[in-house]
Design a protein around this ligand. Structure first.
Ligand SMILES: NC(=O)C1=CN([C@@H]2O[C@H](COP(=O)(O)OP(=O)(O)OC[C@H]3O[C@@H](n4cnc5c(N)ncnc54)[C@H](O)[C@@H]3O)[C@@H](O)[C@H]2O)[C@@H](O)CC1
Ligand SMILES: Nc1ncnc2c1ncn2[C@@H]1O[C@H](COP(=O)(O)OP(=O)(O)O)[C@@H](O)[C@H]1O
Ligand SMILES: [K+]
Length: 549
């Protein structure tokens, strides 16, 4: 389980470690500097031999303090070191001040004012040639846009790359909000980002991956402390609910043996003639991921078209709400998917309302293993439903439909659909960030889940999944899991099918959304560039084999 931290959570954990009496803040700063130097030499072993020159840019807070430690350690290792301070030495926080003084005893410091800004003829003085730039200007304490003299580095970053200079961000690239991955003002993109104890949420959201480039996590020795995790330090203001998790290999995919109906039966409702491709993609995804049976329900006129394309997937006519209610008398149908290629007419609206209101008779499920119920028909009450694509437009247009959403629904919007469904939340998210910590995709998804009362999976390379209680995870298709070729027509339809199939298999909505998103990315990575949506379900058996299933 990989826990991601907000700045407030990290501060609380650090504070708890210091209050425990086991470690002082100054020692943590020393370890942070040592961790950064270790990560740099591990990344570029060639920097461990010969003579090199480094420019260290220190800011006015503890991030700057880490910078002074790094400057000292590199100087002791024989490097030529240039140090600049952005801010007033007299106002440095205590630990940073100690390290400022330690450095001042062994080398020079060029200091530049923040307020009022330096005169126009003052400029950032850098040596003609250097090998490494340490960006210790701002870390998790960024509260307002990064502007002023030091943004010259951000603006001239390409020239530094051309000159062969490697740029290392301490904790986060300066200008990047550690909670939201949004840029406040300007940012200094890094070649390597060294962070401490845990990765931060902002490393995975929005522009975070693009400007952090590669993350190395340095252990600063608080791992063993009893309060090193979010759950242990409790209510941090920036993090309601549980900690934010990175979605990882799903568990329990193999723990469900039995006949085909104990793997559930998914019903995918499809659109009219010539519009069935999307639902067929979803159905194929649901079947491959392990639903025991999958049926497409389409308007009668589309039966022939679908029949010509389907074999293992069953087909039934769904003319109207009466026909649908008849089908749903079969209590084995335990998961539904509505939206891909569905249409936005009156028939579709009526079907959506009927599905959202439908109650299956069910039986008492009894005790259940975490993340799974006991299969079809075992759960009384509402059906588990994935709502995607066209259905999201219907929900956006009709408040009474939106009001019928319930906790067994999973909504899978992309950015445009999210903005139609939750215009005020999207507006807040899309406004330029002017204060840190900035409103994030995690905040937006949590707010949307709370308002709708269901699980929201907000798509993108940084897919955020949240439930109404505030539980939240990120399926990150970035860094070593990058799969930008997933942005291909129809891949979202397959994702909706994956989640539906997992619901049919008895996964709870949150678990199904997380596992579906993770497997979707894994299929894309396994297939590689050139992928089209049809390839995704076909890649699942290979991914399952890799998982040892
Ligand atoms: N929390 C922890 O456990 C640890 C933190 N460490 C370091 O401490 C950092 C956090 O330190 P701080 O909380 O002091 O935060 P920062 O060092 O990021 O900076 C905060 C300071 O910058 C000012 N500031 C913020 N935005 C500004 C802007 N746009 N223009 C000008 N000034 C601005 C603030 O008023 C404040 O004085 C981390 O990123 C990390 O590098 C490490 O030493 C290791 C341990
Ligand atoms: N750059 C990217 N890297 C990884 N995954 C991506 C990227 N862009 C989009 N995706 C994923 O691809 C899928 C696209 O879904 P969607 O936008 O609904 O497309 P469609 O409607 O064509 O099916 C989503 O799962 C989304 O998270
Ligand atoms: K930094």
């Amino acid at each position: 389980m990989t826990e991601l931290l907000t700045a407030a959570q990290m501060r609380a954990i650090e504070q708890a470690a210091i209050e425990s009496g086991n470690v002082a803040g100054l020692e943590l700063m020393e370890r942070a500097g040592q961790g950064a130097v270790g990560a740099i030499l591990a990344e570029w072993p060639e920097l461990g031999v010969g003579e090199h020159r480094v420019v260290v840019l220190c800011g006015p807070g503890n991030n700057g303090g880490d910078g002074f430690v790094i400057a000292r350690l590199l100087k002791e290792a024989g490097w030529e070191v240039d140090v600049s301070l952005y801010g007033d030495a007299g106002n440095l926080p205590p630990d940073a001040k100690v390290n400022y003084e330690r450095w001042a005893a062994m080398g020079a410091i060029r200091a530049y004012r923040i307020d009022p800004p330096p005169l126009v003829d003052d400029y950032l003085k850098l040596p003609d040639r250097f090998d490494l730039l340490i960006d210790a200007v701002f870390g998790s304490g960024l509260t307002r846009p990064f502007t002023g003299l030091f943004t010259i580095i951000a603006l001239g970053r390409e020239r530094l790359t051309e000159a062969g200079v490697k740029c290392v961000a301490v904790d986060v690239p300066s200008g990047l909000c550690a909670d939201s991955g949004r840029v406040l003002g300007c940012v200094i993109p890094a070649d390597l980002t060294v962070t401490f104890h845990r990765q931060k949420v902002g490393h995975f959201l929005n522009q975070g991956p693009e400007v952090s480039t590669k993350i190395s996590v340095a252990d600063i020795g608080i791992e063993g402390s009893p309060r090193s995790r979010v759950g242990a330090v409790g209510g941090c203001p920036a993090a309601p609910g549980d900690a934010i998790q990175l979605v990882e290999t799903p568990r329990q995919l193999d723990k469900f043996n039995g006949h085909k109906y104990s793997h559930g039966h998914a019903l995918i409702l499809s659109g009219g003639v010539g519009k069935g491709g999307a639902a067929r993609l979803s159905a194929r995804g649901a079947l491959r991921i392990g639903a025991g049976a999958v049926t497409i329900g389409c308007p009668p006129a589309a039966l022939i078209e679908n029949a010509a394309q389907l074999t293992a997937i069953m087909l039934t006519a769904v003319k109207d709400v009466y026909a649908l209610n008849d089908i749903l008398k079969d209590d084995r149908i335990n998961a539904l998917c509505l939206g891909p290629g569905f249409g936005v007419g009156d028939r579709e609206k009526a079907l959506l309302a009927a599905v959202l209101e439908h109650r299956s008779p069910g039986r008492d499920p009894g005790p259940q293993p975490a993340g799974q119920s006991q299969g079809p028909g075992s759960r009384p009450g509402l059906r588990r439903i994935v709502l995607d694509a066209d259905v999201l437009s219907l929900l956006a247009q009709d408040e009474s439909l939106f009001a019928k959403l319930h906790k067994d629904c999973v909504l899978t919007p992309h950015g445009g659909e999210f903005a139609r469904l939750f215009p005020d939340i999207a507006e807040r998210l899309n406004q330029p960030a002017s204060t840190g910590p900035a409103y994030s995709k995690v905040d937006a998804t949590r707010d949307a889940a709370k308002r709708s009362g269901c699980v929201i999976l907000f798509k993108g390379p940084d897919t955020v999944i949240a439930d109404p209680s505030g539980r939240c995870s990120i399926n990150a298709a970035v860094y070593e899991r990058s799969a930008h070729w997933l942005a291909t027509a129809g891949s979202g339809d397959v994702l909706a099918g994956f989640i539906t199939g997992l619901l049919a298999r008895g996964f709870d909505p949150m678990h199904a959304a997380k596992a579906g998103a993770w497997l979707h990315t894994e299929c894309a990575r396994s297939f590689g560039p050139g992928l089209i949506a049809e390839d995704l379900p076909e890649e699942l058996p290979k991914v399952f084999r890799t998982l040892g299933l």
